[in-house]
Ligand binder design. Structure first.
Ligand SMILES: Nc1ncnc2c1ncn2[C@@H]1O[C@H](COP(=O)(O)OP(=O)(O)OP(=O)(O)O)[C@@H](O)[C@H]1O
Length: 360
């Protein structure tokens, strides 16, 4: 066995660990090798929902395919539940794939099989008898809310229902880990929300670890407690979703998130304001408030402290990974007195602020 020796308690052992993982494609004949993953170190905690975000071609699919052995690392180690994937023989890979379920953007259901028979497929492959299969599949169809669609064919189901069947099929072998490859990208926003709710329920009630890759920031914001950002095959940022979404450091993260968390200025506030105030200018400032402060009546206090000439230009209160987060774009006179009052107020309240510029 390739079991990794660890003295940690089982709960503390991560579900997946990538250790200095590199993946190259090609490199035969005159073709130069293409490095899709470059020295990836990443820990996927047990029991959590973790997300990996990145632009198209960043390496997300390659990364996730290493987890169930669909791809093999060129160098480095991928360890799933204490077992190193790279050295597994075919029988070990089969065992691994029973423990790692996967759902896909286009559902990958067999059109000639009913909903029931699609869910039953991995159990048939595992050699389970018909009665045991019935006992396993029926409650799964109930779990995903499709107990009454058992005899329907994929063509008779909506996109959301197809994905529910995909989820039931992924759960059939009672996996410890669920991989989600853009599972909501083909669905409308409302259906996306219902599928995300289902994934959240499964994570909570079955204790299943979920690792999802997506280019939809909204998905990560809604359900993932952890997120890693991948750019050109490298992990450029990694941590709690709330921390990364509220204070993205890497340029790629900032760019991916700019639309998702209301950090972008409304079109009408442009052109970009000046960086130094001229007499008579106003300061354009973004206020970011987290946790407790998100619920305090800050706008009233802002006006009371800074003066009545405060304009609120844009604002949103949102939730990131279950935590409240708000942002307000305000403007007020950029004279030294007002700026000093504002600065004192921000210090007292602990508000995070960003001066966007100055303008008339
Ligand atoms: N089998 C392969 N042979 C050669 N190059 C590959 C292969 N698989 C992936 N690549 C390349 O590796 C890079 C990363 O691909 P990958 O599919 O992992 O990206 P991604 O982030 O999932 O992108 P997308 O969101 O568009 O699916 C891409 O440039 C891709 O062309």
């Amino acid at each position: 066995m390739n079991r990794v020796d660890t003295h940690q308690s089982p709960a503390a052992v991560p579900m997946v660990t990538f250790e200095d993982v590199t993946k190259r494609f090609g490199g035969t004949g005159n073709q130069p090798a293409f490095t899709a993953l470059d020295g990836v170190d990443l820990v996927v905690p047990r029991g959590a929902i973790s997300g990996i975000i990145g632009r198209s071609g960043a390496g997300k699919s390659t990364l996730i395919r290493l987890v169930n052995g669909l791809e093999k690392a060129t160098s480095g180690r991928v360890v799933v539940d204490g077992v190193e994937v790279g050295g597994l023989p075919e029988t070990g890979l089969r065992d691994l794939r029973r423990q790692v379920g996967m759902i896909f953007q286009h559902f990958n259901l067999l059109s000639s099989r009913t909903a029931f028979d699609n869910v039953a497929l991995p159990l048939e492959i595992a050699g389970m008898d018909r009665k045991a299969i019935r006992d396993r599949v029926a409650p799964l169809l109930e779990l995903v809310g499709l107990g009454d669609k058992s005899g329907r064919y994929p063509a008779e189901l909506s996109g959301g229902q197809k994905q529910r069947i995909g989820i039931a099929r992924a759960l059939a072998t009672e996996p410890k880990l669920l991989l989600s490859d853009e599972a909501t990208s083909a669905l409308d926003p409302e259906t996306t929300q219902s599928i995300l709710e289902l994934l959240k329920t499964i994570n909570r009630d079955l204790g299943l670890t979920v690792l999802l890759i997506t280019h939809e920031m909204e998905v990560v914001k809604t359900i993932a407690s952890q997120v890693a950002v991948i750019d050109k095959g490298k992990i450029v940022e990694n941590g709690r979703t709330f921390d990364i979404f509220t204070a993205p450091k890497h340029e790629t993260t900032q760019s991916l998130l700019s639309a998702a968390i209301g950090a972008k200025l409304p079109e009408w506030i442009r052109p970009e304001p000046k960086t130094e105030p001229a007499p008579g200018d106003r300061a354009l400032v973004r206020l970011i408030f987290f946790g407790e402060t998100a619920f305090q009546p800050l706008t009233a206090r802002l006006v009371a402290e800074i003066g009545p000439d405060v304009n609120i230009l844009a604002g949103a209160i949102d939730e990131i990974a279950g935590e409240p987060y708000g942002s307000l774009v305000v403007s007020y006179p950029a004279d030294p007195d007002t700026l000093q009052r504002a600065s004192r107020f921000y210090q007292q309240t602990g508000l995070t602020t960003e001066v966007l510029g100055y303008g008339a």
